[in-house]
Design a protein around this ligand. Structure first.
Ligand code: NAD
Ligand code: ZN
Length: 357
């Protein structure tokens, strides 16, 4: 089993990555006996995988809380219901949450854990590729509000993240590819060697070869770890993780979150950001094409095929919470493997890219 150590000023934890990691991570040997454990998951994951967790946890006080699946479940209503469940069952400050699921469960479970009695421990067991390489790492938690996604949340680092590759076998193809988009992002923004590895090994990854997956998940977690460790509370370098995302968030918003999965929108957004970098003379056409080819070969979308109203698109981009002083802050490329933050991109250059996608 591989281990990625995350070192933060006031907390260290490990990300364990491997086949059957939920068994190998020895959840069964952890001193859970006297603790109350709440396994939070959604209906899909419960049907497929919850028994595996139940089998390895030795606690006399094992509880399950199963919600419906879907982004809309990441809500204040569920947050309150889970807290009420824990209070009713007299969970105390030593109690633990195990968030077993995709990013929705990880964000919601992390948020509950950070608030219950001012903070209890949470184990993240991500079951989607996106959650294994992205949402479970870094300690961001959140729920959505009708006025904005992820607008209510905290930073709460997990006790441990356990990425069990075998859990990914049941993941639907589109969800799997959504995670591949975020993996490719790590290569593009800061790790050219990894990008080249992805170009050579993409077929193995798409066939869900366990060794290839293990390597790609590890490199992704290391890349995110390196960025997050330098900037735990998102004041600087962490913004680079947003490559492709300002465009993606606008695409998701303008298609009412019902057309593209997040990773698909990110794939299109990365193409737009690369195109803009190319138009601004920051990268050459060859780098631009290499990124698009890799995304296309993965089966990810490289354009939206919608006719967006450009002004509306720019207005939505301007609402991005990473903007400051009325400027649209964009993450662009100085080279393949080197992302940079730019705050003064001319609006007509942005419009041109939106029109052509
Ligand atoms: N905290 C962060 O830093 C961070 C980063 C990126 C994304 N996110 C959040 O993550 C969420 C998206 O996460 P996601 O893409 O994992 O979505 P998700 O949690 O909705 O999972 C996607 C779907 O896959 C199903 N599923 C999960 N694991 C499965 C498995 N092993 N087999 C079969 N089906 C399975 C789920 O039931 C769901 O229907 C968003 O809410 C986003 O805001 C958070
Ligand atoms: Zn993302």
């Amino acid at each position: 089993m591989d281990r990625v150590k995350v070192t933060l000023p006031d907390k260290d934890y490990e990300i364990l990555i491997g086949d059957g990691a939920i068994n190998l991570a020895c959840l069964k040997d952890k001193p859970f006996e006297t603790k109350k454990i709440l396994v939070l998951t959604d209906e899909n994951v419960a049907k497929l995988h919850i028994n595996k967790i139940k089998k390895v946890i030795r606690s006399k006080h094992y509880y399950e809380y199963i919600i419906k699946s879907g982004e809309e479940q990441k809500s204040l209503i569920n947050f309150e219901k889970i807290l009420e469940f824990m209070l009713t069952h007299q969970f105390d400050r030593e109690s633990l949450i195990i968030a077993l699921g995709g990013g929705v469960i990880g964000d919601l479970g992390g948020f509950v854990a950070s608030c219950y009695q001012r903070g209890i421990g949470v184990f993240q067991i991500p079951t989607t590729l996106l959650a294994q390489v992205d949402s479970s790492v870094g300690g961001k938690t959140a729920v959505n509000h009708s006025l904005g996604k992820n607008m209510i949340g905290t930073f709460h680092q997990p006790l441990e993240v356990i990425c069990d590759i075998s859990l990914l076998e049941t993941l639907p193809k589109r969800e799997f590819l959504s995670g591949i988009a975020e993996i490719i992002k790590y290569g593009v923004i800061g790790d050219l060697n990894f990008f080249c590895w992805l170009e050579e090994n993409i077929d193995l990854l798409l066939n869900r070869n366990h060794l290839a997956l293990k390597y790609a998940i590890k490199r992704s977690c290391e890349n995110k770890r390196d960025i997050v460790s330098e900037d735990e509370k998102e004041q600087g370098k962490r913004a680079l993780l947003n490559f492709g995302h300002t465009f993606a968030h606008a695409i998701e918003n303008l298609t009412s979150y019902n057309t593209w999965l997040h990773g698909e929108a990110v794939s299109i957004g990365m193409c737009m950001a690369a195109e803009l970098s190319n138009n601004l003379g920051m990268i050459n056409q060859q780098s631009n094409t290499r990124l698009k080819n890799l995304l296309a070969k993965s089966g990810l979308p490289t354009r939206s095929d919608s006719t967006f109203n450009v002004d509306e698109f720019i207005t939505v981009m301007s609402l991005d919470k990473k903007n400051t002083n009325g400027q649209i802050n964009l993450i662009l490329l100085d080279a393949l493997g080197k992302a940079v933050k730019k705050s003064n991109t001319p609006k007509n250059m942005i419009s041109e890219v939106i029109k052509s996608y």
